[in-house]
Design a protein around this ligand. Structure first.
Ligand code: AMP
Ligand code: MN
Ligand code: MN
Ligand code: MN
Length: 287
């Protein structure tokens, strides 16, 4: 089989984090869209993986257990996707529990700030959208604010609120880069730098991030992502080649109406890159 052209979608979310579909619904939608290899990568959580793996097995869809770990690096929030992890690895589970631990207190502070600018009830409001109360996310606040008429869409929320310098932004310390990469690697997984175009870093900082990520044991970088423009794809294809990183492809799907790409509906990985999934071929579970 030519695995380069496999329709692999190795980054997406269920309502166990900030997606809106149940894990099994994500799997069925991916299958219906023609995805041939799927990884569910909820934020800081592995709680949807059993359901997703069962649903994938029932459909004969190849599946990898995944997770997206929130990291603080040089005052920036960076996301590291882990692919092909052992979803029962105790160190990984403990690390993720510690990482998501501060979300509730952070959510209460965010709501206090929003109340001061005329947006009341945001903690309870956001919580009503959270499929998993342990994973209260800015996305849930954004959905509350849109549905209650405070903003026209989610993009407007993330422009005028919840981001640095705007009401509702509460700085948070997530996992350390080296720890996140180690939890993933020692759980048998492959660590991938998620949506690198999203970070507010200079070229020099980005290169330092890639160096530190590789030194820690990170092996892949997302080239195709719902966050990447065609120019970003070119740029990060070059960085993947230059740094000797495996190239990954993921929609970062959260919801049928919110997400830029539906599951599996992204452009193919550029030729001459080595896909992350070739290095994980022994981990695809099939029917
Ligand atoms: P949190 O982990 O609670 O800080 O929330 C981060 C999540 O917010 C990301 O995983 C995205 O789903 C969402 N998000 C961040 N920035 C944006 C944006 N500009 N537009 C839409 N969603 C965003
Ligand atoms: Mn998200
Ligand atoms: Mn992310
Ligand atoms: Mn994501």
């Amino acid at each position: 089989m030519d695995t380069h052209s496999l329709n692999a979608d190795l980054h997406c979310h269920s309502h166990v984090s900030d997606g809106t579909l149940a894990p099994a619904e994500v799997v069925r939608r991916a299958h219906a869209n023609g995805v041939e290899l799927l990884a569910l990568t909820d934020h800081d959580e592995t709680g949807g993986l059993d359901e997703a793996a069962d649903a994938a097995r029932a459909l004969g869809l190849r599946f990898l257990a995944g997770v997206e770990v929130s990291v603080t690096w040089a005052h920036e929030t960076i996301h590291v996707v882990g692919l092909g992890v052992d979803r029962r690895d105790p160190q990984l589970l403990q690390g993720l529990a510690a990482t998501r631990g501060g979300r509730d207190a952070r959510g209460r502070e965010m709501a206090d700030q929003l109340a001061q600018v005329g947006i009341p009830g945001a903690y309870e409001g956001a919580m009503a959208y959270a499929g998993n109360p342990a994973l209260l996310s800015r996305t849930h606040f954004a959905r509350y604010m849109v549905d209650h008429g405070f903003c026209a869409d989610v993009a407007e929320v993330f422009r005028d609120y919840l981001v640095e310098g705007k009401p509702g932004f509460v700085p948070h310390r997530w996992a350390r880069l080296g720890d996140a990469v180690r939890w993933i690697s020692e759980a048998g997984g492959l660590a991938v730098l998620a949506h690198p175009a999203r970070y507010d870093l200079t070229d020099q900082q980005l290169s330092a991030l890639v160096d530190e990520f590789r030194t820690a044991g990170g092996r892949g970088i997302e080239v195709i992502s719902g966050s990447h423009s065609p120019e970003d794809v070119e740029r990060f294809a070059g960085i993947a080649r230059h740094a000797g990183l495996l190239a990954s492809r993921g929609s970062d799907f959260h919801d049928p109406d919110e997400s830029r790409f539906d599951l599996g509906r992204m452009p193919p990985l550029p030729a001459s890159l080595t896909p992350t999934w070739t290095a994980l071929a022994d981990r695809w579970s099939s029917a």
